[in-house]
Structures are given as C-alpha cells and as structure tokens.
Design a protein around this ligand. Sequence first.
Ligand code: MN
Length: 168
Amino acid sequence: MLGGRIRAESKPGKGSAFYFTLPYQLKEKEDHKQKQVLPKVEVPDYLKKMKILIAEDDVLSAILLFRIFEKYGWETIIAKSGTEAVIHCLNHPDIDLILMDIQLPGIDGYEATRRIRQFNSNIVIIAQTAFALSTERNRAIKAGCNDYISKPIDKVTLMSLIKKYFKK
Ligand code: MN
C-alpha cells in the first residue's frame, strides 16, 4: 500500500536477509507540490474550528496526520500512549475528535476508548485499524468507537468520515 518493494534471500543452514524499499518524496518536490495543492484545500465552515487528538505511538504516522490537519487550520494534540490519550481528554474537554490507534503501548486503543467513554460520551472516536482486519473493527465499535479507518490513512476517506460526523 505504501508503494515499496520487498524481497528475501535465503541460504539453507546459513540464514536469510530481507530487503524492502519505501518511496520517499524529496523535500523540495514536496514543498512544490504543497504550494500547488494548498489553495485547493477546502474546509467547510462547520469544520473551521476543529480540535483533534491523535493517539498514535508511531511518530512518523502522527506527524503525517498533524501536517494534514495543520493545513486545515485545526488544533491538534498528539498522544503517544493510551494513558496519555485519556489524560488529554480529561484536560481538554473541548476536543472534538480522536483518531485512536488500536496498537498502543500500555493500555491499548480499546481500553483507552472504554475509559474515555466513562466520562465523555459525546466525543467522536475513530479507530485506526490494521488494514482488512475486521475483528479489530468490531472490537473497536464494541469498545465505544463511533467508526474506524484503515491504516495507512487515506486523506479523502478521513475527510468524508469527519464530514459525516460534523456536518450540521
Ligand atoms: Mn501503534
């Protein structure tokens, strides 16, 4: 899904080596692209003042989401563990949406969601689930998540999900 390649070399009795590549866009190219795309980012009026909590232990994934939301002008908080996510929710009752990773260190995304639901039933929680894992999705809904989205997160899918819950 990330557009890379993977291969392995194996010798009986000796061992195996695994190789993979991941495409990386050069910074320059990225900036150029962003400049072109920036004016086209359309955020409807009802989504102008969003406050989002990203619960994600993978720093790169968190930053990618952060940069998208930054372009929309949204206030974003990052939590690197389930416990941190719960604490941020307690301290910031004005958070509108949580993107909850399921695989988190300490308490996982399910447990963090259950704890948050004990004091906040209104906040929209979207679980970030492993691609094509329907058991994870079902468990996420049972734990109290409103919805789920597969990782790696597709920007367009995410935006339509957000519109679904915040359209007035
Ligand atoms: Mn994770």
